[in-house]
Design a protein around this ligand. Structure first.
Ligand code: IMP
Length: 172
């Protein structure tokens, strides 16, 4: 669906935009595990001149392999408080939107100065809740995709491009 070169070019643009918007501020990037780890690694190297730190939030949707319910289990929490800091969530894909909506609610209880969302991919066809995506890589059609950190039953994360899985109904 998207070549490694297309992804890399877009990630550089997102990084430049974030660097521009957060100029003169400090930033905490929160990587939503596991799918966002490769995106996060590339994105932080594209953000020039902004002092930043990184945190990881491990989440798992209840009922694995099925459609997102929006009830997410935290498997790894932030290592440090983000109170009064500018937080940017780094997400691989926003599908129904339920996961990131839940994480935004959770994050607000931690009292950061601001919270924004950066997602590499968005599948608007499956949206169930409206969530603001402040920085978006690509809008894609309703296909199950893998690669660049995204998996299908833990497989294909290492694929350097974004590919469509045939017979996607098996994964949903
Ligand atoms: P949401 O709660 O439906 O927005 O689900 C978001 C999460 O579901 C993402 O962070 C992914 O982990 C997973 N997901 C949704 N669509 C895909 C896909 O096409 N490929 C791989 N994972 C996906």
């Amino acid at each position: 669906m998207l070549s490694a070169e297309q992804v890399a070019a877009r990630v550089r643009e997102l990084g430049a935009q974030i660097a521009h918007d957060y100029h003169g501020r400090k930033l905490v990037l929160v990587c939503v595990l596991k799918g966002s780890f490769i995106f996060m690694a590339d994105l932080i190297r594209a953000i020039d001149g902004v002092p930043l730190r990184i945190e990881f939030l491990g989440v798992r949707s209840y009922g694995e392999g099925t459609q997102s319910t929006g009830v997410v289990q935290i498997t790894h929490d932030l290592g440090r408080s983000v109170e009064d800091e500018d937080v940017l969530f780094v997400e691989d894909i926003v599908d129904t939107g339920l996961t990131i909506a839940h994480l935004l609610d959770l994050m607000r209880t931690r009292r950061p100065a601001s919270v924004k969302v950066c997602a590499l991919l968005h599948k608007p066809a499956r949206r169930r809740i409206e969530v603001p995506i402040d920085y978006l890589g690509f809008t894609i059609e309703d296909k199950f995709v893998v690669g660049y950190g995204l998996d299908w039953g833990e497989r294909y994360r290492e694929v350097p491009y974004i590919a469509v899985v045939e017979h996607a109904e098996l994964a949903h």
